[in-house]
Design a protein around this ligand. Structure first.
Ligand code: GLC
Length: 762
């Protein structure tokens, strides 16, 4: 059977749009075929057996837990204090004036995988921006020096190996972040789970948890704002009803508190957990993908289609069909007989090739990666010493113990095979990690052993860290293998600190209008968790979007960091000319706009490496006091100067936009508008309303020429430029346009200046 035949069969058997459990199970059998489905049944049963044989300690939350008891002793130290209670110990440290670390013991300290910076000088409490008030029962209050109470924590409670932590929330307090969520932008009134998990091939609004959970959030209320990061990778549930109720299944209770405003807090948080890396420039272009482009010829046909329709293309992504039997680091040389040749052919047209890598390694004797990993003891083991196995795309698979530094080095070296095949970038998938299951738990047994960098531990602690460490292994491997080029990979799953190694995409969404709308909140939540470089599958992963829905999704993604169409195996063609049908002109216009904005986008990406600020920001970013901006979930800032108001509803010809105070200009020219109110703007299907702040100078690429568009005068702008890859020369130009329209540039760095022409919008 060729690879195309199952695709046709699958299409005939397509289930209803919103399948129930039975449909999902049938869907699974349909996609996997009978043999692998049988393996899944067996794996589900053995997983249940392992969980019974080696039960993981689970706290009982319904019985009362033990409180710290009374304060027995308190010792001051230069950068904080230690306090001893009857049944717990507390350590409070000011790592910096605006960065506080609180740790409650008992419980194992985390292996600091999320942490990038360790060498904090420490600050004396008197010199800090926050005062910490400890009560005799272990309650803590965090107050700013001018007397604003940011947060009040109740004494934590210990439940077996777990910690229960409560904090008062102010009236009207808003909560944002927690990684990737298909929930409203403001998470107040909601409960979230911290447990990385695929939603079973499709999700829409309301599904929780998803692939990438991060226990970090920002809280905003009348007295100010703050960020809290729980450095605890155990499974957790945080609920933001009247108060915060947080429950961690194990580990010490360690958390960091950073006072706002939010941009400053994110700057600190990303100093702690690491700043995003600068991607190669091509990554900011448009990527075309689907599961699956099944042969080199099919890839060529797709590329021809882009040329025929005069649509610029920057990257093609290869899903699992390029592999030999879905085995990592292999290429199917029947369907892709000369991958390196294909890659060079594409490169000559300015198109890069990205290849998927899954977490599970096929357990097959004679398959080099498995044999090598098995011989070297690289795979996770069960408590009885046997290799842990689960079923994923290739069938039975083993999972590298990526918490072992030697395994990370070994895994990082494997990318050489795909570099040799011409890969420019990588795509990490199924790395929660997911193992298929028939209605059971779709992750490895919790008592699976992990090295945890020599400290030892179980999957209960390592699960949420798995994708972070897989990304680290790849990133560090690529730095070694190809030191003159910048690595780029994007990952479905992750944890705090992923921004150091990988971008993300928002996974297997359903093709519906509510899911399109959801994308904005999901991206903003990720951005406020330090993970700003993300984007959706344009059109939704599962389904058959109408041309209008596809085009509106495309328009939204034009202004997001990852700009990529992708869809499932059994969906109708998703190349823009097929999916947009009569609306291909709208797609073309947005592709060209993306290219025009490239200097601004690249500068915004560079800014993120310096400040940790996400490219996509909520409207309250610069004015936390303006209540009209507080909960806007259908518009966002892209970088410092653009306000994007995508159309997210069917049939709309116009939309309402809440404009922050100040003067604004439509990006494509026209009269200036006074902000501070709500306006109705035209938004026909080929147009996305975008506004530029008055006084902004935006560098644009117009047919290879650098044009500086100044909106109003005086105006200011910045441009970062370099060769687009590698670690060579760079320059930063700062532009000032005087109120009389004269342009002055001051440059730093040695990369040759492009010399901008000014276009003034008055
Ligand atoms: C997962 C990914 C999806 C991919 C598929 C096959 O469902 O989320 O993007 O197409 O696996 O690799």
């Amino acid at each position: 059977m060729t690879k195309r035949e199952p695709a046709k069969l699958l299409r005939r058997l397509r289930p209803a749009k919103e399948p129930g459990k039975l449909h999902q199970a049938l869907d699974g059998i349909r996609v996997l075929g009978p043999r692998k489905s049988w393996q899944v049944a067996l794996s589900t049963a053995t997983h249940a057996y392992w969980d019974w044989r080696y039960p993981a300690p689970r706290p009982t939350w319904d019985a009362p837990g033990s409180t710290p008891g009374c304060l027995l002793a308190r010792d001051e130290c230069p950068d904080g204090f230690n306090a001893r209670f009857e049944r717990a110990d507390l350590e409070v440290r000011f790592l910096a004036a605006d960065l506080l670390r609180v740790t409650w013991h008992p419980g194992l300290d985390p292996v600091p995988y999320a942490i990038e910076r360790h060498d904090w000088a420490g600050t004396a409490p008197e010199a800090a921006e926050l005062a910490v008030d400890l009560s005799d029962d272990g309650a803590l209050a965090f107050t700013t020096n001018d007397g604003r109470l940011l947060r009040r924590d109740s004494p934590p409670q210990r439940h077996g190996d777990g910690w229960h932590h409560g904090a008062a929330l102010h009236d009207g307090e808003r909560v944002h972040g927690l990684g990737e969520r298909a929930l409203p932008f403001d998470l107040r009134g909601h409960s979230v789970e911290i447990w990385n998990r695929g939603p079973g091939g499709r999700y829409g609004p309301g599904v929780d948890p998803l692939y990438l959970c991060v226990p970090v959030y920002v809280g905003l209320h009348d007295e100010g704002s703050y960020l809290v990061f729980y450095e605890n990778s155990h499974r957790a549930r945080l609920s933001f009803e009247d108060d915060l109720d947080a429950r961690f299944d194990g580990g010490a209770l360690r958390y960091y508190v950073v006072p706002g405003p939010v941009p400053r807090a994110l700057e600190r948080f990303t100093e702690l957990t690491g700043r995003p890396f600068l991607p190669p420039k091509w990554v900011l272009g448009y990527h075309q993908s689907r599961w699956g482009y099944c042969s080199a010829q099919e890839v060529r046909d797709v590329v021809d289609g882009f040329e025929r329709h005069d649509l610029p293309l920057d990257a093609i992504e290869l899903d699992i069909e390029y592999m030999d039997e879905y085995r990592d680091f292999t290429v199917d040389d029947e369907d892709f007989p000369d991958m390196q040749g294909l890659s060079s052919e594409l490169e000559a047209k300015g198109i890069r090739l990205t290849m998927i890598v899954d977490a599970g390694v096929h357990r097959k004797r004679g398959y080099r990666v498995y044999d090598e990993g098995h011989a070297q003891g690289r795979f996770c083991r069960l408590p009885n010493g046997r290799e842990m196995r689960g079923v994923v795309w290739p069938g039975w698979a083993a999972f590298p113990d990526i918490t072992d530094p030697d395994t990370r080095r070994w895994w990082g070296g494997q990318y050489q095979a795909l570099l040799d095949a011409g890969a420019d970038g990588f795509w990490h998938d199924m790395n929660e990690p997911t193992t298929f299951s028939l209605g059971g738990e779709d992750w490895p047994p919790l008592m699976t052993r992990h090295a945890m960098d020599g400290r030892g531990g179980s999957h209960a602690e390592a699960h949420n860290l798995y994708a972070l460490l897989m990304a680290r292994a790849a990133f560090e491997g690529l730095r070694r293998l190809r030191p003159h080029r910048r690595p780029w990979l994007f990952s479905r799953s992750g944890w705090a600190g992923l921004q150091r190694y990988a971008w993300n995409w928002t996974g297997d969404t359903v093709s519906t209008w509510p899911t399109l709308h959801q994308t904005v909140s999901t991206v903003l939540g990720l951005s406020l968790s330090g993970l700003g470089f993300t984007g959706p599958d344009i059109g939704g992963y599962q389904g058959d979007p109408s041309p209008e829905l596809y085009v509106r999704w495309f328009e939204l993604a034009t202004f997001l960091p990852l700009f990529r169409t992708h869809c499932a195996y059994d969906n109708p063609p998703r190349e823009p000319w097929a999916a947009a049908k009569g609306l291909t002109d709208a797609v073309r216009a947005h592709l060209r706009l993306r290219r025009r904005l490239m200097p601004y986008l690249y500068t915004t990406a560079w800014q993120a490496t310096q400040t940790g600020w996400p490219p996509i920001r909520p409207l309250f970013w610069e004015d936390e006091a303006d209540q009209r901006l507080a909960r806007v979930d259908d518009a966002f800032f892209l970088g410092d100067h653009l306000l994007v108001a995508p159309v997210l509803t069917e049939g709309a010809q116009s939309r309402r936009v809440v404009l922050p105070k100040g003067t604004w200009y439509p990006l494509d020219g026209g009269e200036s508008i006074e902000g501070g109110g709500v306006i109705e703007v035209a938004a026909p299907v080929d147009h996305t309303p975008v506004f530029v702040r008055s006084g902004a100078a935006i560098p644009m690429d117009e047919d290879g020429e650098l044009k500086l568009h100044a909106y109003g005068a005086p105006a200011h702008g910045v441009l970062y430029s370099d060769a687009g890859d590698g670690y060579g020369l760079w320059r930063v130009d700062r532009f000032t346009v005087s109120d009389r329209g004269a342009l002055e540039t001051s440059g730093e760095g040695d990369y040759p200046s492009a010399g901008a022409q000014l276009h003034l919008h008055r």
